[in-house]
Design a protein around this ligand. Structure first.
Ligand SMILES: NC(=O)c1ccc[n+]([C@@H]2O[C@H](COP(=O)([O-])OP(=O)(O)OC[C@H]3O[C@@H](n4cnc5c(N)ncnc54)[C@H](O)[C@@H]3O)[C@@H](O)[C@H]2O)c1
Length: 312
């Protein structure tokens, strides 16, 4: 009989449960272990499983790491960013893991990026970061047919949480151009740092630009502007209206796949091929670091950043 692949899901909050929903869709048979110190999160996950269609996986729930198996094929770390490094370290110390999928924002402190890299190297664990636009068919078609260093990219939308979510678009910019912005200009951000919708985290509004001005990310305070991604080169323009689900200037149907319907895909690819379409850790770290650095400098003197930039 085919042996079950062991998958650990660390954190059963909103996004952790979406990962779980996705895993349940897999035709492979998983032995899934869900860990969350809060019984209420585990209960919500149990309820979600009850409501889902039939599957062939075994699923167990844990409030601590102590009863977890000592070996697993893959772990998905879906906690908030403030504890991500601590969770990664605890996990790698107690369990031998072949692959890890980490949620964005990776880490709040610059030093955490190298620390995580060395923990992963020491454990011989391959890590990827969940920036799922790389799995959206219209972006895959753009990547395959229109990949070019020449694109300038502008993202604009109302109140979409720039601090916590810009990494998705920095990742997309890299996917479509191969570029890694080295530094950012924060002078057009609105001066005030505000509370995020997620308790304990902060947000910024206004305009963030890469220093070379090839990537611009705008978060408008006024309502009514759904997110759009505008690509421009020479006399060519492609507009992806994410909020309206439209692609203009390029032949592709807009198709955003919810995590709950695709989370099993990178897991399966890793288990079968040893690689997947998500962003490899080292690349994602190089996309996160200049962004975190810019916002840390921007936040200095405005909020307490002793323990890092409070975004997730
Ligand atoms: N990739 C994406 O598209 C995407 C989308 C949304 C959110 N996210 C990211 O996912 C992360 C989690 O977001 P969320 O909305 O699910 O938050 P959440 O607060 O709903 O979930 C976090 C969960 O982690 C649990 N937790 C706390 N300490 C833990 C520990 N030591 N071990 C295991 N679990 C622990 C909490 O009890 C909670 O259930 C954030 O960083 C967020 O930015 C990513």
């Amino acid at each position: 009989m085919e042996s079950r692949q062991r998958v650990l899901l660390i954190g059963a909050g909103n996004i952790g449960r979406r990962h779980l929903q996705g895993l349940l869709l897999s035709r492979m048979s998983f032995d899934i272990h869900v860990v969350d110190p809060f019984e209420s999160s585990l209960e919500a996950a149990r309820q979600m499983i009850k409501e889902s269609s039939e599957h062939s996986h075994t699923i167990s729930f844990h409030t601590s790491y102590s009863n977890l198996p000592k070996q697993a094929n893959i772990a998905i770390i879906a906690t908030a960013a403030d504890i991500r490094l601590r969770v990664l370290e605890e996990l790698l110390n107690s369990c031998s893991l072949t692959y890890v999928i980490l949620e964005k924002v990776l880490f709040q402190k610059l030093s955490d990026y190298e620390q995580a890299q060395s923990l992963l190297a020491k454990a011989n664990t391959l890590a990827y970061v969940n920036c799922p636009r790389r799995y959206f068919p219209h972006y895959q078609k753009l990547h395959a047919e229109a990949f070019s260093r020449d694109w300038k990219m502008t993202v604009t939308g109302s109140n979409w949480g720039l601090a916590c979510n810009a990494v998705h678009f920095i990742d997309l910019y890299n996917y479509l151009t191969g570029e890694i912005p080295e530094a950012y200009d924060t002078t057009a951000l609105l001066p005030e740092i505000v509370a995020s919708k997620r308790a304990g985290f902060v947000e910024v509004n206004g305009s963030l630009k890469s220093k070379d001005a090839r990537l611009e990310i705008n978060c408008l305070l006024e309502e009514g502007h759904p997110i759009e991604v505008n690509l421009v080169r020479a006399d060519e323009q492609i507009l992806i209206q994410e909020g309206k689900g439209l692609v203009e200037g390029f032949s592709a149907n807009y198709e955003a796949i919810p995590l709950s319907q695709m989370a099993h895909l990178p897991v399966q690819e890793l288990l079968v091929n040893g690689t997947c379409g998500l962003t490899p850790y080292a690349l994602s770290a190089s996309l996160h670091q200049p962004f975190i650095q810019a916002l840390l400098e921007f936040a200095t003197g405005k909020i307490n950043i002793e323990n890092g930039l409070p975004i997730t």
